[in-house]
Ligand binder design. Structure first.
Ligand SMILES: [Zn+2]
Length: 175
């Protein structure tokens, strides 16, 4: 994806304030930060949404996102928001998957605002019924697709995964 800004950032063709890099992910400072230390975490390949991630990639993303949050707390943040938008209706503007990791401070005037909509108890019960059955189905599908039972046992040793989860710099020099 030549014209994707974020692919060009990953390739080093567009300069960025990189704060983390491994074989799969890059974290950079947002150049229009909500607060000092506002980080954008993205996969190196041109991936549009979390739906395209393998379970290993997804867990790597979550683990690194948590590590970045921990660093932000040490940086001085009093709290952290994750902001991820999937789909145009949700505000996704970039064709490349981005997770905003926003350090928060009391009275920082950063706001995520929506007007609450009113629903009757009956409506909420309908939403609950429909959604919980859809969720059960999608959770089952995900587990079948991503975690066949025979692999679940094998994964317990996972020397390889331990390496992936390690927060130590592995290539040296990119911190
Ligand atoms: Zn891209």
């Amino acid at each position: 994806m030549e014209q994707c800004i974020f692919c060009n950032i990953v390739a080093g063709k567009i300069p960025s304030y990189k704060v983390y890099e491994d074989e799969f992910l890059v974290a950079i400072l947002d150049i229009n930060p909500a607060n000092p230390g506002h980080i954008v975490l993205l996969p190196k390949p041109h991936i549009r949404s979390i739906m395209e991630l393998s379970p290993q990639q997804l867990s790597k993303l979550a683990i690194v996102a948590r590590a970045l949050s921990l660093a932000l707390l040490e940086f001085g943040a009093e709290g952290v928001n994750f902001l991820y938008s999937m789909g145009e209706a949700a505000g996704q503007r970039s064709p490349h998957l981005l997770i905003h990791i926003i350090p928060r401070y009391k009275e920082d005037k950063v706001r995520f605002i929506w007007e609450p909509k009113k629903f009757s108890e009956e409506d909420l019960k309908k939403h609950q019924q429909k959604l919980s059955s859809l969720i059960n189905k999608s959770v089952q599908t995900q587990q079948q697709v991503h975690q066949p039972p025979q692999q679940r046992v094998v994964k317990k040793e996972e020397p390889q995964q331990k390496r992936i989860y390690s927060l130590e710099p592995r290539h040296g020099g990119y911190w």
